[in-house]
Design a protein. Structure first.
Length: 301
């Protein structure tokens, strides 16, 4: 199992300035700080990256700068679109940047939910993997994809494809079934897709997690996987429980708007969410900042 898919990977936000433009300056400030932490890599153009709110030109801009700013750490780029044709066209647009990308993440298509049968999903992912010049990670995130998920039997079949290297799973009810289906393989990684299923994944033999909270608490998130994988499981559990309580009282209930607020409070540059997503309301924002100030000392360890 590749070490490039171990530890904590940040699903990075896309910072927008006051006129909703992508802010390269904010990206640079964030990556400069993240590069000094214990996280192992980054995923851009995922759910926290608000990729659905970006056009393809903006998406390419984000990837250009992520390639430049992420040297020495794993870089995963979200490329999934609603059709095979769109997905492959976007992968082709990234060709000048392929040298700096480790994996492409492909989200389940979801608009025609009733037609996304196991056979349709298997055919789609196989076709992308056959044509892609870069290795793929399957991205299963039913909360962001119209409740479309990938059955474990389909994952077992797709894991045999030499160009499909893993799955990022944000569905807390599937991580055990996925591990039963494909766990323990040296050539395939199961990545927890949230803080909530990170400890379960580690206990089942997984080695990595893509954790939203790592945008603003990178070392605290990385400490959980680092301690667990080094054999200090009890300490890892204690850190995890403390961190989980803090996240649930800060960004957790407020989605990407709360995440960006917490980044700003921690000295990162979250910027604004892009409308129609609205910033957290002022009174709630004050409560979140206070909870974050109280809790960060306890998670620093």
């Amino acid at each position: 199992m590749t070490e490039r898919l171990s530890g904590v990977i940040i699903p990075t936000v896309t910072p927008f300035d006051e006129d909703e433009s992508v802010s390269v300056g904010m990206m640079e400030a964030n990556f400069a700080r993240w590069q000094e932490t214990d996280v192992t890599g980054y995923m851009v153009l995922g759910s926290n990256g608000e990729f659905r709110s970006l056009d393809d030109d903006e998406s390419v801009l984000v990837v250009e700068h992520a390639v430049r700013l992420s040297a020495g750490k794993t870089l995963i780029v979200g490329v999934g679109r609603e059709s095979l044709r769109q997905t492959m066209r976007f992968i082709s647009r990234l060709e000048p940047l392929h040298h700096g990308i480790d994996y492409l993440s492909v989200l389940t298509p979801s608009y025609f939910r009733g037609l996304m049968t196991p056979a349709a999903l298997e055919a789609y992912f196989t076709a992308v993997a056959d044509a892609s010049p870069l290795p793929l990670l399957l991205y299963v995130a039913p909360g962001f994809a119209n409740q479309v998920t990938l059955p474990p039997s389909s994952l077992r079949s797709l894991a045999d494809h030499p160009n499909i290297h893993g799955v990022k799973d944000t569905n807390p009810s599937m991580i055990v079934d996925y591990t039963v289906a494909v766990g323990g393989r040296d050539d395939f990684s199961i990545l927890a897709g949230s803080l909530g299923n990170t400890l379960t994944n580690l206990a089942l033999g997984g080695r990595g997690a893509v954790v939203s909270a790592a945008n603003y608490l990178p070392d605290q998130c990385a400490a959980v996987t680092g301690l667990y994988l080094s054999g200090r499981q009890n300490e890892a559990r204690e850190r995890y429980l403390t961190l989980q309580r803090l996240v649930r009282s800060t960004a957790g209930p407020h989605g990407v708007a709360g995440l960006k607020l917490c980044m700003d409070a921690q000295g990162y540059r979250g910027g604004l969410p892009r409308l129609p997503v609205r910033p957290v309301e002022a009174a709630t924002a004050d409560d979140i900042r206070a909870a974050l100030a109280r809790g960060t000392d306890r998670t620093a360890g």
